[in-house]
Structures are given as C-alpha cells and as structure tokens.
Design a protein around this ligand. Structure first.
Ligand code: SAM
Length: 228
C-alpha cells in the first residue's frame, strides 16, 4: 500500500447548508460522474486512471477549481466531442455544478470533488489536452507562499499530465499574481503564447470574475503551451 502524501488544504471545503435539491444531486449524481475516483482512498495504490476506457478515447480537458461551474458547463456544451474533468474541493461548488449539469443536459463532464494534487497523482502522463485555471486563490502573504498554485508543488505535476502542445489558460485579477504566473509557468516547461486584457472568444464570465469587475479589478488572461 502506498502512503497517502500528507497534504494540508487551506481553502474552504464546506459553506452554507445545502438546499435539498443540491443534497440530492450529490447523493444521486456524483458517483456516476466521477472520472474513476471520488477520494484518494478509492485508489490507495495510486494506479493511473484508465481515461481511454472511461472516456472512449475522446480528448480530455481539465478545469482546476471550477467554483460554481459556469465556465466548465459552458465549455462542455460548446465542445461536445471533448470530455472535461472539473476539480473542486468546495462541496457547495460541486453541488452547484451538478445542478448546472442537470439543467444544461451536458453529458461530457466528469467531477473530482477534491484537491487537484490528489487528482494529479492518478492522471497518466500526457493525458490532458487542455487545462484551465481561472482566478486561483492568490494567497498574497509571503508566509502562505506554499499554498499558491504558482509553485513547484502544483506546476510540476501539471506539466507531467499535460500532453506536449497542450494549452494551459490562466486568468487572474491580481497584478502580483500575473507576474508570478509569467515567471513560474514558463519555468516549468511551458511557453507563453498570449497575454491579453480582453477575454478569450469562447469565454464565459465566472462568478468570481463578475465580482472582480464590480469591484474595479482588471482581469489578465494568459495562454501557455506545454513544450515537448
Ligand atoms: C477564487 S476561486 C475561483 C473559482 C472559479 N474558478 C471562478 O472563477 O469563479 C478559487 C477556487 O479554487 C479552488 N481551489 C483552491 N485550491 C484548490 C486545489 N488544491 N484543488 C482544486 N481547486 C482548488 C477553491 O475551492 C475555489 O473554488
């Protein structure tokens, strides 16, 4: 048996009491939508997931920290030939996504309700063709540097699971986070393709982005490509 890496998660995992509708989605829909595991305990040996069998050989994309799931559902509806794995440890967000999947009737989303580091452990090398990281938690204080996505703990496994040529999109409204992203991502085997202040053409605004815009912050959209 492989030891589970000791990982602390500092974000929120639970919020307000869930509505009955959302509780029912979690109880009834989540297991069937799983990419092959719901928690790391389902696969203690960390055997790589068999994505070709699970997804019929279709290209697989990944959205990390999907929040309420609006962008994830939009991408799934716009790209029916692609399977998208959404990963989010905040269970209220997962429940909201399940509601949106139900309402939109999309059938090409898989959901991992946990920490993306645990998902990275079991994704095969080069298995992901596109990844989205939309408004990652900034953790601005220096003593929280280890919690940021923009460090080796996250970027090394991300680089491992992305296929050569895969696109990695990042958007943030925090100027320091832009600078950190522009240094850290290319330092882990990616090339910067574009950085723009207008959204991508296939974009839909997320809940976090709408709040940022209301509060006068400016989004910065960056596109990288995995070298290889
Ligand atoms: C600022 S919110 C942005 C949410 C969403 N992307 C949006 O634009 O509305 C950051 C999200 O990242 C999620 N998150 C934080 N750490 C994570 C991790 N280790 N793995 C997966 N998601 C994570 C949080 O739970 C939260 O939902």
């Amino acid at each position: 048996m492989v030891d589970k890496p000791r990982r602390n998660f500092y974000g929120r995992q639970h919020g307000k009491t869930l509505r009955n509708r959302h509780k029912e989605f979690l109880a009834n829909d989540l297991a069937a939508l799983s990419p092959g595991l719901i928690s790391p305990q389902d696969n203690p040996e960390r055997v790589p997931l068999d994505l070709p069998t699970r997804f019929g050989g279709r290209p697989v994309w990944l959205e990390i920290g999907f929040g309420g799931g609006e962008h994830l559902v939009h991408q799934a509806a716009s790209n029916p030939d692609v399977e998208i794995i959404g990963c989010e440890p905040f269970i209220n967000g997962v429940a909201m996504l399940l509601g949106k999947i139900h309402d939109a009737g999309v059938d090409n989303i898989a959901v991992y309700p946990g920490d993306v580091r645990d998902l990275f452990d079991v994704l095969p090398a080069g298995s992901i063709k596109r990844a989205f990281l939309l408004y990652p938690d900034p953790w601005p204080k220096q003593r929280h540097v280890g919690r940021r996505f923009m460090n080796q703990t996250y970027l090394e496994p991300l680089a491992r699971v992305l296929a050569p040529g895969a696109v990695f999109r990042v958007v943030t409204d925090i100027p320091e986070y832009v600078q950190r992203t522009l240094v850290q991502v290319p330092g882990h085997g990616f090339e910067l393709i574009a950085q723009i202040s207008a959204p991508w053409e296939d974009w839909v605004s997320t809940r976090y982005e709408r709040k940022a815009l209301r509060e006068g912050r400016v989004p910065h959209y960056m596109t990288f490509q995995r070298l290889g």
